[in-house]
Ligand binder design. Structure first.
Ligand code: GTP
Ligand code: MG
Length: 149
């Protein structure tokens, strides 16, 4: 089953949205594999967002993402990379479809609640920043046949 890296950003924690966002992922039928509550160091943030080094918003992005705790997670499910990004909605919450996570809970591109990997390769690169191999829990739900054929 495909897996991805999802992270509740500092604004989600500050606004008390941890439960609501996680509930959406659970109700969708995705499965939690690893989870950590932590505050990012600047080094971790710069590694996570290395593709954006040099862009005008990069310093502000690193300041924000390191400013308060986050919830780092690994989730798995069918086509989860694409489907979880669809659930999140567009990067800019002003453009995110109503009903998506960003469309429902956020208004500003610099405070958009959640991060999700943009490809399976990005997911593996990002997961390695936050988790050690033993952090991933292998478990089975007995309702899986009611979620995927
Ligand atoms: P992530 O899941 O967080 O990676 O979002 P994304 O893949 O939808 O967007 P992208 O990787 O292009 O940008 C990473 C993050 O940088 C975004 O989620 C925003 O928080 C921030 N960001 C991107 N573009 C801008 C911008 O033009 N201005 C500001 N202030 N922030 C931006
Ligand atoms: Mg991205």
């Amino acid at each position: 089953m495909e897996r991805t890296f999802l992270m509740l950003k500092p604004d989600a924690i500050q606004r008390g949205l941890i439960g609501e966002v996680i509930a959406r992922l659970e109700k969708k039928g995705f499965q939690l594999v690893a989870m950590k509550f932590l505050r990012l160091t600047r080094e971790m943030a710069e590694k996570h967002y290395e593709e954006h080094v040099g862009k005008p918003f990069f310093p502000g992005l690193v300041d924000y993402i390191t400013s308060a705790p986050v919830v780092a997670m690994c989730w798995q499910g069918k086509d989860i990379v694409t489907v979880s990004r669809d659930l999140m909605g567009a990067t800019n919450p002003a453009k995110a479809a109503p009903g998506t996570i960003r469309g429902t809970f956020a208004v500003d591109i610099g405070r958009n609640i959640i991060h999700g990997s943009d490809s399976p390769a990005s997911a593996e690169r990002e997961l390695a920043i936050y988790f050690a191999p033993e952090d991933f829990v292998s478990w089975e739900r007995n309702n899986q046949p009611w979620i995927t054929e």
